[in-house]
Design a protein around this ligand. Structure first.
Ligand code: G4P
Length: 525
């Protein structure tokens, strides 16, 4: 197969949802279609159980498992599909944001009884920022659900995107009979726990009286009315609008019952974007350029404390990646070759010789990579779009075992490179401050420092509201600001100036009084 064909047949995406909407279940059904797994339950282990929200040990266990589920590749109808896993737990939202920079499209799962939930709303904001194309799967139709029109309206209002249903549900909960496929004019009758894909019945038109015989007169009548109304309210589906991130096709189904998943997948491979161009600080990289480029979007530490090996996940942006070939690590200005790059096919991991744009390769790493690093065949470029977000929770981190200072520093250093949290050094008292987006990270850091680095840390409270990166062309004003706010100034790990505001009021005041200074809430500007 040619290089261009390899690119054209790839689809790299993430499934996002609020916890419990059915992301894991849907992922698993997709993998079953691809023949990548053979039994139900194989992906389940990836999930952080509900009861574990405060149990970070459980999360540690999951971290080990999630190496395998970070990327799930499978073949389906001559397509190579890569699903990138996103952690469901909100404290790990930042991981999810970064993963979303490595995908070309997204499937959003919504619980039909609950509608659009908080986490979905937040993740959709990231998709909107990047104009990522999204498809919506309204799940759990086998349970009593909200009215489909209400659900669609909610999606439009809350996720701020136009929608177009490509299937329409017939009833819901105990009266759920299936879906009418508007795209293909066919009827899919619901059967619970159907292990295989059922044949759909071709119906040339909803007006066909045959429908009354199959689903009953009243439901058929209602379906006709609803479809007529739906056609009136929602625009025709246009692939171009979907690809621009302006219009989301919507499917109804039940992932648990493997119902509606096949239509979703078939439509997905038809319309979902192939690997897209990527922006660097200097130019746009097209996937079909012949030279390899890629960036690290995730670093995963191995669970074995005796081998502090890590895996750097590299998204291939252009060219062909090859095993044992020399590549430039742009930040370090050094060349590396990788003798055992891995690819991920469902839960199996295997060494590969080559990979193509859209693919993710795992590179064994002993600490050379940080998130955002770029690899090329020699060109000095840096990929954009991997921001650190302004953290919202802060604590001083102190050494609790003076004999282990070196271990502690190394541990903190590496955990920050992995993107677990952000480190700021106060310019006022030299103390180290950890900033996170979720509270669990503090426990994770303490635990990992002790288990992986044999170091002990202690936290002390610090009352801060937000950290923001500051910059100004006006050097006099910047110097003045830093002097006056000396107590609140810190440096991040890259040595950039960070202002630690202790209240929103103080931040507002600073913004008012220093109009020449830019205050940034992501590290990328
Ligand atoms: P998540 O990854 O988005 O957090 O959700 P997950 O797939 O784990 O699904 C959450 C719960 O919803 C699971 O039940 C799952 O079985 C159920 N579920 C998923 N899809 C459907 C569906 O189409 N219909 C119905 N009725 N239920 C669905 P659980 O009891 O939390 O987990 P388990 O113990 O059954 O595995």
């Amino acid at each position: 197969m040619g290089f261009t064909q390899e690119i054209q047949r790839r689809r790299t995406f993430a499934i996002i949802s609020h916890p419990d909407a059915g992301k894991t279940t849907l992922t698993e059904k997709l993998l079953l279609f691809g023949g990548a797994i053979h039994v139900a339950g194989a992906v389940k282990s990836n999930k952080i159980k509900k009861t574990a929200t405060s149990d970070f040990m459980e999360i540690e266990k999951q971290r080990g498992i999630s190496v395998a589920t970070s990327v799930m590749g499978f073949e389906y109808n001559d397509h190579k599909i890569n699903i990138l896993d996103t952690p469901g737990h909100q404290d790990f939202a930042e991981d999810t944001f970064r993963t979303l920079t490595a995908v070309d499209s997204v499937i959003i799962v919504i619980d039909a009884a609950k509608g659009v939930e908080n986490q979905t709303r937040k993740l959709m904001e990231v998709c909107r920022m990047r104009n990522t194309p999204v498809m919506v799967f309204i799940n759990k139709m086998d349970r009593p659900s909200k009215d489909p029109f209400d659900l669609l309206e909610e999606v439009e209002d809350e996720l701020k995107i136009q929608v177009r249903p490509l299937s329409w549900p017939i009833g819901n909960g105990p009266s759920f009979q299936g879906v009418y496929n508007v795209f293909e004019n066919s009827l899919n009758l619901f059967e619970a726990n159907k292990p295989t894909v059922q044949e759909s019945l071709a119906i040339d038109d909803v007006k066909n009286p045959e429908l009354d015989n199959i689903i009953g007169e009243d439901p058929a009548q209602l379906l006709r009315e609803e479809i007529e109304l739906m056609e009136g309210v929602y625009p025709q589906f246009e692939t171009q609008k979907y690809l621009k991130g302006e219009l989301a096709p919507v499917f109804f189904g039940s992932a648990l019952n493997n119902f509606g998943v096949n239509e979703l997948l078939n439509c997905f491979i038809q319309i979902a974007p192939t690997p897209q161009p990527s922006e660097t600080t200097t130019r746009t990289i097209e996937p079909n350029e012949d030279k390899f480029t890629g960036f690290v979007f995730k670093i995963h530490a191995n669970m074995d404390p005796n081998h502090r090996n890590r895996i750097a996940f590299v998204k291939i942006c252009s060219g062909k990646f090859e095993r044992n070939k020399n590549y430039l690590h742009v930040r370090q200005g050094k060349n590396y070759k990788f003798s055992s790059p891995t690819a991920f096919m469902a839960e199996k991991k295997s060494v590969i010789d080559e990979a193509y744009p859209g693919d993710i390769v795992g590179l064994p790493d002993s600490g050379n990579f940080i998130i955002g690093d770029t690899l090329t065949e020699g060109e000095k470029i840096n990929f954009k779009g991997l921001p650190s977000f302004s953290p919202e929770l802060f604590r001083y981190i102190e050494n609790a075992d003076p004999m282990k200072t070196k271990q502690l520093n190394k541990g903190i250093d590496q955990l920050m490179d992995e993107g677990v949290a952000q480190l700021f050094t106060s310019q006022f008292n030299g103390r180290k401050i950890i900033g996170t987006v979720g509270a669990l990270q503090f426990e994770v850091i303490e635990h990992r420092l002790s288990h992986e680095y044999n170091a002990k840390c202690r936290y002390e409270p610090i009352n801060l509201y937000k950290a923001c990166w500051i910059r100004s062309e006006n050097t006099t004003e910047l110097a003045d600001f830093k002097l006056r706010k000396a107590q609140y100034m810190a440096k991040d790990k890259q040595g950039r100036d960070v202002f630690l505001a202790d209240s929103s009021y103080m931040l507002q005041l600073a913004q008012q009084n220093f109009t020449d200074i830019e205050f940034h809430f992501t590290s990328e500007f």
